[in-house]
Structures are given as C-alpha cells and as structure tokens.
Design a protein around this ligand. Structure first.
Ligand SMILES: Cc1ncc(COP(=O)(O)O)c(C=O)c1O
Length: 394
C-alpha cells in the first residue's frame, strides 16, 4: 500500500501548535475527520444518552426550564460535589472536589497546579496523550513508564524502582488505560501508593474509564491511597455516556483541589449550570450503578460481535482483548504505517479508527467498542471488509 497521507496532514498532526506544545494528535485527528464519515469507530466512550433518557434517570426537565442560566458555582454546586465525594466512598470530601469542563480540563488544571519547569515526573505510557503534551509545554523532566505488548500491563517494578531513584514530584497514570484497555489490580495500586507516600510523590490518576471494568471492579486510587497523596481526574463522558455535558472533576485533598480551582479561574471559570444540575441527578447512587451496568452491557455485546466478525477476518487485525474502556487496541500485522492505513480507511471507505501513531505506538490501531450495539455489527463488518481490501492490494 502506498503511503498516501498528505504531507500537510502529517505536518498538522506532528508539529507544534505553540512553542513547546505538540499538536494533540488524537484530538486533531478526530476533529478533522469524525463528522465526515459513515462508519465512526474512533470514539472511546459508550453511546451517549438522549435528553429523553435523562428524564428516565430522574432529571426533572421542568426544573431545567426554570433554571436561571447564570454562572452558578465556579467550583461546582455543593450537591454535585457531594455526589462525587460519594462516588469515591467519601475518601475525599466535597471540599476536595473541583468540577471542570470535562476531564480534559481537569487534567489541565491538575497538571498546571502541580508541575513546574524542570520537575521530574513519571508518566504511564501510552495514554490519552494530553498529559505528555502538556508536560512538554511546561518543560517538565519526563520519565516514561511504558506498558508493552503483548500484555500491556503497567510496569509496576520499574515504577517502584524509578520512584526510589528519582523521587519524582508527581506520577501521572491513566488507568483504566486508554488505549491498551488494561487495568491495575488493587494490590498493584496499593504497592504503588505505599512507595509514592514514602518518597513524597503525588499520584495524579486519570480515571475517566473507572467503572467500566468488564469483570469485577477496580477501586479508585483515592480509595486505596487516600486524598493526601493522590488526585483523581474523572468525569461523565465515557462510562456514563454524557460527553456533551462536559462535566469532569479533580478530586483530592482540599489544598490541591483549591489550587486546581484557582487555575480554572484563568480558563473556563465555571461549569455550565445546566450540566451541573443534570450531572448531580445522574450521579445519584442508584443511577451510578445503572449507568456503569449500561456501559458494560454495551461493550460486552460489541466485543462479542467483534469476536464473531474477526473469525472471518483472516488475521487482518490482531486484537488485545480489553479489561475495561469502550475501545480495543489491535495490531496491524501487515503494516507498520498505521497512519496510512487509517487514512486510507477514511478516504476510500469512510471508516474512522485511530492510528497508533497518535499514541506513539505505530503498528497498532484503536477501535471503538461503545457504539449502539444494534449498528455495531454493520460497522465492524465494514471495517473488516475494508481492511481485507487494503491487504489484498497491499
Ligand atoms: C483518558 C482520557 N482522559 C480524558 C479524556 C477527555 O475526556 P472529557 O474531557 O470528554 O471528559 C479522554 C477522552 O478521550 C480520555 O480518553
């Protein structure tokens, strides 16, 4: 297959957008392509809910009509922060929660309020890649910790050793991990937390996929380590099917939370009051388990569909079956140029997936598994047919 990715697209995806700040390849790739395809398999969350469905979960639409559309609570309403505190089994109190515009803003404010130029930080790789990009921008001294194939597990031994050796300011982890779909066990979280505490490293965990574990459950880092040494970033976009609310949060101790809140003053000031109200209902206790169950049901059903479709796929992709998340990482055994493969899928077949190049792992692709199960079979069949076609002319 000839690599036909236009030079200008390559430049866009892999150059700097401001001095020191690399292009956020994954988000740019999606922004440029996701509204222009027939088969969308690039999403990492589960099928979003409709406003009708919100009402079924107890959102009072008449109350929405009478809400005053003011600035509201800049840190998030007390009700919503209470709900978030409950989500963590009250290991963090409501004053230690700052509500943000998506977990993307939560990552930004947590990082800017924690890291300064030259600080040594350990970073779990691959990941969503927002944090590594921002760390380059703030000129931190980054020490990567790679999850590697075929198991893609968090390299705990290496992390412990590097923490002892470097006593880093912070450790950034994305678990459940995007894109590998692997999760750390409670024992691993505990060992990591003990070492971090003894060397004085703050653990900043992006846990936006927490609650999507397909078998059993994984506790939050806050439930294992407590709020003194850990910050959890999460939100409603992925597992809860509510990305359009743009509700995320940073949860930790009051001091670190308040620093994040102060950074947020510079960025978006406050979350939307409409979203704040809806989120506080959607996070009522019965709803949390119901939404997590919905996510697991969708993903499990789609993974079965994908398994069946791949049986006839003659090795066009090699999947790594995930433990969590609403996506699957796969190797393309016949091409290391997965940007070219993904671009060809887009231009010639109107199918969108994510190239591994955006996660610094060329040779792999990420495929969404959270779409509406009634349409998923057709989508994956379109993907497999297209890949077969591409291999044949390869
Ligand atoms: C690990 C991770 N963190 C954060 C985000 C940002 O999500 P949002 O801002 O929609 O909550 C994403 C989106 O894909 C993600 O995968």
């Amino acid at each position: 297959m000839s690599s036909s990715v236009p030079e200008c697209l390559v430049r866009t995806l892999f150059s700097e957008v401001a001095e020191g700040l690399p292009c956020f390849c994954l988000e740019r790739w999606q922004s440029l392509h996701e509204t222009r395809v027939k088969v969308l398999l690039s999403e990492s969350g589960v099928q979003p809910l409709t406003v009708y469905e919100l009402a079924e979960y107890g959102v009072d639409l008449r109350k929405v009509l009478s809400l005053e559309v003011g600035y509201g609570w800049t840190k998030g309403s007390p009700e919503l922060r209470e709900r978030v505190s409950e989500l963590y089994g009250r290991t963090v109190d409501a004053e230690g929660v700052v509500v943000t515009n998506g977990s993307a803003e939560a990552n930004l404010v947590a990082l800017l309020s924690t890291v300064k130029p030259g600080d040594k930080v350990l970073v779990d790789m691959p990941n969503y890649m927002q944090v590594p990009g921002l760390l380059k921008w703030v000129k931190a001294h980054v020490i990567p910790l790679w999850r590697s194939p075929p198991a893609w597990r968090f390299p705990l031994g290496e992390a412990l050793e590097l923490m002892r050796r470097h006593r880093p300011k912070a450790l950034f982890v994305n678990d459940p991990n995007n894109p590998t779909g692997t999760i750390m066990s409670e024992r691993e979280l505990d060992e990591l937390a003990q070492e971090a505490e003894s060397v004085g490293t703050l653990m900043v965990f992006d846990e936006v996929y927490w609650g999507s574990e397909l078998q059993g459950s994984r506790p939050s880092i806050l439930e294992v380590a407590g709020a003194e040494h850990a910050l959890s970033v999460s939100g409603l976009s992925k597992v809860y099917g509510l990305p359009g609310l743009r509700i995320g949060w940073v949860a930790g101790n009051r001091e670190t939370a308040n620093k994040s809140w102060s950074v947020k003053d510079y960025i978006t000031i406050a979350p939307s009051v409409l979203s704040d109200y809806v989120a506080s209902v959607m996070l009522e206790s019965g709803n949390v388990e119901r939404l997590r169950e919905r996510a697991r049901r969708i993903v499990k059903s789609n993974l079965e569909t994908l398994k069946e479709a791949l049986a006839s796929g003659e090795g066009v992709i090699e999947p790594y079956w995930p433990e969590a998340g609403a996506y699957l990482l796969a190797r393309i055994p016949w091409s290391g140029d997965t940007l070219a493969v993904s671009y060809k899928l887009f231009t010639d077949y109107s199918v969108l997936i994510n190239p591994g190049e955006c996660f610094e792992i060329p040779g792999f692709v990420r495929i969404g598994t959270g779409q509406n199960p009634s349409k998923y079979g057709r989508s994956v069949q379109a993907l497999i047919n297209a890949l077969r076609d591409i291999v044949n002319v390869h």
